[in-house]
Each structure stands twice: as C-alpha cells, then as structure tokens.
Design a protein around this ligand. Structure first.
Ligand code: 5GP
Ligand code: MG
Length: 178
C-alpha cells in the first residue's frame, strides 16, 4: 500500500475566512473575562497560531502535549498527557483548542481533569468536527467545519508526524502500490 494525499477537503482560503469568524466570536464572548487558552499539541499548533493573532484581548496561553493515535489512523482510545503540564486555572475562563473532535475521547478526558481544578468556565474550540463519530454528550462550543468520517491531514494534522505543514486540509487515502 502507498499512502498518498489527494482531494483538498478544506482550502486555505476557506480556513482563513472561518478562522477569522471564530476569532471574532471568541473575542466578543471573552472581552471582559480572564481568558486562558489551553491548546492541545501538536495537532492544534497551526490553527492556534492563526487564531490567536486574531484575538486582540488579554489572554494567557498554555499548551498540553496530548496523544491518542500513536501513529495510526484510528484512535487508540487511550489518551495520554502529563497532568503536571496542566496550568493553574482556578477562577480562569478556560478555552480548550484542538485540531479535530472525532470520537470525543480526548476532549472528555481533558475536560474531566480541568473541571477538577474549578475553572470559572470551560469551553472548547475545534477546527474540525466529525459529527457522526462523536459520542453523545461531548460537543465543542466553537467549530470551524463539520466534516465527514474521513482521515484528514494538513494545517497541523499529521499522519505519522508528516503532513502537518500542508497549508490546507486534505483527505489521506491508501492506494495499492504500483
Ligand atoms: P478523539 O479523541 O476525538 O477521537 O480524537 C481527537 C484526536 O484524534 C485529535 O486531536 C487528532 O489528534 C486525532 N484525529 C482524529 N481524527 C483525525 C484525522 O482525521 N486526522 C488526523 N490527522 N488526526 C485525527
Ligand atoms: Mg490531537
């Protein structure tokens, strides 16, 4: 099998426009609040960098390295992250940023840990959402794009650590080697 990327699912222009709209919404909602952005790494790194620069209000940025795929294209179901990386968020309004909400395993695990530290509020923002796969009761308040159940790469999303630098979102497909 050869892995290759083909169809562009979300173009650079569409991403840019949507990120701008999300940033405006977030800016409006958190204007008078103590905002802490907690970005899940590494998948959200490109989205974060673009979004952050369009939110012109005081905020703190924290990052949390998280892994659930361990190199494959199906989630392993086990979410790993180091608890000691979690910042002090008592009485802060926390906004989680992730690249994609799929089954919801990742967001559920992180949210549970954050809530134990009594933030003033907790919301999530994801660039992509695979609605068909997401478990009941898990949702993100800010969603860039609803996408079908396909494996995507680019704009921070990887396959075995590659493709993060693609400027758009592409579908990854497997082809028989020729
Ligand atoms: P969940 O825990 O919601 O099932 O999965 C969330 C995490 O799985 C995301 O943060 C992302 O790292 C990874 N993931 C889910 N779907 C995809 C996908 O289509 N492509 C890539 N590259 N990663 C994905
Ligand atoms: Mg991720």
């Amino acid at each position: 099998m050869t892995i290759c990327t083909e169809k562009i699912l979300v173009s650079q222009e569409a991403i840019q426009e949507r990120v701008r709209a999300l940033a405006e919404e977030i800016t409006r909602d958190y204007k008078e609040k103590e905002l802490t952005i907690l970005a899940l790494m590494k998948g959200s790194v490109v989205f974060l960098a673009d979004l952050l620069r369009l939110i012109p209000i005081p905020l703190r940025l924290e990052v949390l390295p998280v892994s659930s795929y361990h190199g494959g294209i199906e989630t392993s179901g086990v979410v790993s992250f180091a608890q000691h990386f979690l910042p002090d968020i008592l009485d802060h309004h926390v906004l989680l940023i992730d690249d994609i909400l799929d089954s919801g395993t990742t967001l559920k695990a992180i949210k549970t840990c954050i809530l134990e530290q009594h933030p003033a509020s907790l919301r999530s923002c994801v660039l992509l959402h695979k609605k068909v796969k997401t478990m009941q009761g898990i949702h993100a308040e800010y969603v860039g794009f609803e996408i079908p159940d396909v494996f995507v790469v680019g704009y921070g999303l990887d396959y075995q650590e590659y493709y993060r630098n693609l400027p758009e979102i592409r579908i990854l497909s497997q082809r028989p080697a020729t």
